[in-house]
Write a protein that binds this ligand. Structure first.
Ligand code: SAH
Ligand code: SF4
Length: 412
């Protein structure tokens, strides 16, 4: 696949009541002033859930300095900690050899509480696809998927525990939304994967984590503030961040229009992916419940405006479901609607549906997939059928966590 192409499924790869206190960063609701736009798509009980421990990346510079001061450490120590975290990808006491021995344990407690713990790992594609199920501080589960390709390595990360958008074909949607993840929880997925790559723990020897896609569990626009802070810290150069170019970060959304518009205003060159899945409101209303809130015209208008603002081609995600949205008429209508905005602004990623247990939808026939692609190509639209890497390990994000939950349920 092309560098610019995101991968879903395999590579697949809106928040609480807004709290008014600035110090609530890990709660990561939405930014002040936007709550009206988002509120009706937020989880009702989200705000009542506990907050994850505050970690280094959840803190602003002043907070870090104040915290260091509490431990009796001067300001310059904060820079050393940033170097350890973002530059050397380490959070353990033994690594902090340039810090006073007596303070190391306190430093870890104060700045680097353990946020994610590996529960299980599934490996496929000769060790180049690794899907990890993580346990968070409150026993919640999320997952991330690392995919190594010859010319890049992509990590698909989660931004929420579950998802409240209720797309019926999606395993995460079936879980509902438990809570938003904090910036620290989001970033830990990145740090651990970057470290595995650096240390040669992924088949193929030492390498570099190069791409990030927000296509794991959750709706990134539903956790806007924490996601944005994570994007900034993923892309900043060390010691402010992990140094993964914003151009190599993809934020995927179900089509939360105010979120897309807000992201456009940030002026970051991140790629936007929009999970369209249907060319008409009639069909999309059924496949993507959020369409009743923001319809296809509103979503495509916002996507095109994002293209204009960012100069980055927008990805359109389209899970092909047999006999539902994969017929010639659907491809023709999709092409027409995208071409309405002009040429070369969009890239379509059709992907065969990864069927979720108990769902009435199934993957398209290969010949229908091909016809779908051909119609788009003939209409001048770039489209690449996504590979289904990791499908033998429940590659569709959300499925691993969903299964674990099932297993726990039947065991108890
Ligand atoms: N909530 C965001 C990002 C996470 S989902 C979004 O919806 O865009 C990542 C991608 O996986 C989305 O494009 C989503 O539509 C797709 N997806 C979900 N379930 C799928 C399945 N069973 N088969 C194929 N793609 C799926
Ligand atoms: Fe949520 Fe995306 Fe799944 Fe829809 S497809 S339920 S928005 S994770």
């Amino acid at each position: 696949m092309e560098e610019e192409n995101i991968v879903t499924q395999d590579d697949k790869t809106i928040s609480a009541e807004h709290a008014t206190v600035a110090a609530d960063r890990p709660e990561s609701g939405i930014t002040p002033g936007d709550k009206g736009a988002f509120r009706d798509v937020l989880s009702k009980d989200h705000a009542r859930r506990g907050k994850p421990p505050v970690q280094f990346s959840d803190m602003g510079v002043d907070e870090r300095i104040a915290k260091a001061k509490e431990l009796g450490l001067p300001k310059f120590r904060v820079k050393q900690l940033a170097n350890h975290y973002f530059g050397r990808l380490e959070t353990e006491t033994d690594a902090f050899t340039d810090l006073p021995a007596a303070s190391r344990a306190d430093i870890v407690d104060a700045f680097f509480p353990s946020l994610i713990t590996e529960v299980t790992r599934q490996v496929a594609d000769q060790g180049t696809t690794i899907k990890t199920l993580w346990c968070l501080f409150d026993g919640s589960h999320i997952e991330s998927v690392l995919m190594r390709y010859p010319n890049r390595t992509t990590l698909c990360i989660s931004s929420q525990v579950g998802c409240g958008m209720g797309c019926p074909f999606c395993a995460t949607g079936k879980l509902g939304l438990t809570r938003n993840m904090s910036t620290g929880e989001i970033l830990e997925q990145v740090r651990v994967a970057a470290r595995m790559m650096r240390d040669g723990e992924v088949a193929g020897g030492p390498g570099r984590l190069s791409n990030i896609v927000f296509m794991g569990m959750g709706e990134p626009m539903g956790n806007y503030r924490a996601v944005l802070s994570a994007v900034r810290q993923i892309s900043a150069m060390p010691p402010e961040g992990f140094g993964i170019s914003a151009r190599n970060i993809t934020v995927s959304t179900v089509g939360v229009v105010p979120g897309i518009r807000k992201l456009a205003e940030e002026g970051l060159p991140v790629r936007l992916a929009v999970s369209l899945h249907a060319p008409s409101d009639e069909l999309r209303d059924e496949l993507v419940p959020m369409n009743r809130r923001f319809n296809t015209t509103q979503v495509l208008d916002a996507a095109h405006d994002y293209f204009l603002a960012s100069k980055r081609r927008v990805s359109i995600e389209y899970a092909l479901m047999r006999g539902i949205n994969d017929q010639a008429e659907h491809a023709r209508l999709l092409a027409k609607r995208l071409n309405h905005y002009g040429d070369d602004w969009v890239h379509v990623n059709p992907i065969p549906l990864n069927p979720v247990e108990g769902s009435r939808w199934t993957a398209s026939k290969p010949e229908d997939e091909q016809r779908f692609l051909d119609i788009l190509h003939r209409a001048g639209i770039t489209a690449t059928l996504r590979d289904t890497r990791g499908s033998d390990i429940d590659g569709a994000c959300g499925q691993l966590a969903a299964k674990t939950r099932e297993a726990f349920r039947s065991a108890s």
